[in-house]
Ligand binder design. Structure first.
Ligand code: PLP
Length: 268
């Protein structure tokens, strides 16, 4: 029974849990909310981390994830899905099967391999499975420079190398690729290749660094797609959100700043 016909777009994150809420499912849910989407979350792994680093993680049983996805998607119409940390090969297989049967309109994959602090967040054996089986099911894949280089097995240090790698990843998946340029020297240009055109998204380098910007970007794009924006304006709005939530980020712990996902609601 519904008491309200103004139903929000529904977005789902399939990702890990970060107790600082800087990254992972709780950061994704905050991002979905700020873009006026109703967020659902299926957790893949529980991480132990603070604002300085990741100490360990435990993947959840793939069967639990499979059951949650089945039951949730039978109950609720999901408009778009963001995929983050997948942790294990078994979990990748479950997510691939789910996407093949549910056929969501939009799937944004943030191929999380390592944390910013350098901790491995995906079983090494799962990487090829992600490339071969998961990437072809995506609307957009959002690796950072390091991930793009590891996934394409090619060095990426500058924009012209990023173009080659974006095309290589597109050719094997036929999914649009957005390479995040935060690690580029000079201005942090993100590069999109959709099989037809390259498009650069420029932003000024922020003086703050925070962890979880990759999670926030991919979940913001997911939310914008669910709201009906096209891919390019979804990315533009998401980049603007990252710039501002970084600008308003807070030094809550002893390590990296934490994004203010809700900066828009601050009254000055
Ligand atoms: N997803 C989860 C659950 C994480 O815990 C982390 C990092 O610790 C990430 C994603 C990656 O975030 P970042 O690259 O900002 O460290």
């Amino acid at each position: 029974m519904s008491s309200n016909n103004n139903i929000q777009p529904v977005t789902l994150t399939i990702a890990g849990f970060d107790p600082t809420s800087g990254a992972g499912i709780t950061a994704d849910i905050k991002t979905f909310a700020t873009f006026n989407c109703y967020g659902l979350a299926v957790t893949t792994a529980i991480t132990v981390q603070d604002t300085s680093k990741v100490y360990s993680y435990t993947p959840l049983k793939a069967d639990i994830i499979k059951k949650q996805l089945e039951i949730l998607s039978n109950d609720i119409k999901i408009d778009s899905i963001k995929i983050g940390m997948l942790a294990s090969k078994e979990i990748v297989l479950v997510v691939v099967d789910f996407l093949k049967s549910y056929k969501p309109k939009h799937v944004v994959i943030d191929p999380v391999l390592y944390s910013t602090s350098g901790y491995l967040l995906l079983e090494t054996e799962a990487k090829d499975l992600i490339i071969d089986s998961l990437f072809p099911l995506a609307t957009l894949i959002t690796p950072n420079l390091i991930e793009a280089s590891l996934l394409a097995k090619k060095e990426v240090k500058n924009l012209s190398q990023a173009k080659v790698v974006a095309k290589k990843l597109y050719d094997s998946s036929k999914s649009a690729i957005l390479i995040k340029g935060g690690h580029l020297t000079g201005s942090p240009v993100d590069l999109l290749y959709d099989g037809y055109i390259y498009k650069k998204f420029k932003a000024k380098r922020n003086i703050f660094s925070a962890h979880g910007t990759g999670c926030a970007l991919s979940s913001a794009i997911t939310a914008n797609l669910a709201c009906g924006d096209d891919l390019i304006s979804s990315i533009e709005k998401a980049k603007d959100f990252i710039t501002n939530s970084l600008k308003m980020s807070q030094t809550i712990g002893k390590g990296a700043n934490l994004l203010d996902h809700f900066y828009r609601f601050k009254v000055s």
